[in-house]
Write a protein that binds this ligand. Structure first.
Ligand code: SF4
Length: 328
């Protein structure tokens, strides 16, 4: 039976970029797939600058955001990566079969390493830990954004290599996990930059109040060619239009495109309509988050149940892996 695995960095509260780009899709997938595992990847967070107390807090905040956004512990498994020690155990094993050159070729590594004076080994082997994350549960389907497709190719490569060397010829032990591309295109930052990212300060937090959201939405960058209200716009180049596609019903999206391209309304009116539709979706999420913060045991219990289930699966995998590799 298909098993889905996906992970998210413990960046604290979700922003709408990662909500639309990943988590909203997860919420739908948990209804379609009886075995979905979602992981807060706190080991991965160690490869960047971080403060230990803040990391713990951000992991908790991420759990609250995910549960508030609709991840249901009765349908899906949610846990923090570092509570299942076999992730790093399997990553070490995969380190021993992964060629250095393949890791050095990874675009994300080259990009990040080029911006750092001193590069830690963990940044290089990040995709190996990702392969371990997925293959520890022998997951065959991984919902990802396009920027993760190369890493997933490496996971397939690792699975192939391990199977070739250690599994029986007619019974590959690890599946080669396939990407399930997230349907929503990447949401740009409010400043028009290609990516919405906390470090760039161009996000809308999923749990921000209506007033805070409007204060950010109102001045957000639109079609730069639309200088005056009388200039017809091109909705496809406007981030606000793409947010409409994510939050507003189809007839509203069609109306937005029409009114924009014929200069029948101004950008503020367009944003007001978007804001209303965002609020319709986000108010219940904020309400659930407030309940979860009032009752912290709910998130703790969900994470603990997830950890217990994942440890059991991980223990089974490691027993099989170690046995095949001649380890005690
Ligand atoms: Fe963007 Fe809407 Fe303005 Fe068109 S009318 S440029 S879609 S904000």
């Amino acid at each position: 039976m298909a098993r889905i695995f996906s992970g998210i960095q413990p960046s604290g509260e979700l922003h709408i970029g990662n909500y639309l780009g990943a988590v909203k899709n997860w919420v739908q997938l948990q209804d379609q797939h009886p075995d979905a595992i979602f992981c807060i990847v706190d080991y991965h967070a160690l490869t960047g600058n971080y403060d230990p107390a803040a990391l713990r807090q951000r992991t908790r905040e991420m759990a609250v955001s995910l549960l508030a956004a609709g991840i249901d512990p009765a349908k899906a498994t949610l846990y923090a990566q570092s509570t299942v020690p076999q992730h790093t155990e399997l990553a070490w094993i995969f380190n021993t079969i992964t060629p250095l050159g393949e890791l050095e070729r990874q675009t994300q590594y080259k990009d990040k390493a080029s911006r750092q004076e001193s590069v830690v080994v963990g940044l290089l082997t990040y995709p190996v830990l990702q392969a371990a994350d997925i293959l520890l549960y022998r997951a065959d389907t991984v919902p990802v954004g396009e920027d993760q497709v190369q890493h997933l190719e490496l996971s397939r490569e690792v699975a192939r290599k391990w199977n070739l060397r250690f599994a029986l010829e007619d019974a590959p032990y690890f599946p080669e996990p396939q990407p399930l591309l997230t349907p929503t295109r990447r949401i740009m930052g409010l400043d028009g930059k290609a990516k919405m990212s906390k470090s760039m300060g161009n996000t809308i937090g999923l749990l921000e109040s209506g007033d805070e959201i409007w204060a950010k939405l109102r001045p957000a960058v639109t079609d730069p060619a639309r200088v005056r209200k009388t200039d017809p716009g091109t909705p496809q180049v406007c981030n606000i239009y793409h947010l409409h596609k994510a939050f507003s019903p189809a007839p509203v999206v069609a109306e937005v495109a029409e009114k924009c391209s014929t200069a029948a309304w101004g950008c503020i009116a367009c944003k007001q309509v978007l804001f209303e539709h965002m609020e319709a979706e986000l108010v219940p999420i904020r309400r659930r988050a407030a309940e979860l913060r009032d009752q912290p045991d709910l998130a703790s219990e969900a994470l603990a149940a997830g950890t217990a289930r994942c440890r059991a699966i991980a223990a089974e995998t490691m027993t099989a892996v170690k046995s095949a590799m001649g380890l005690e």
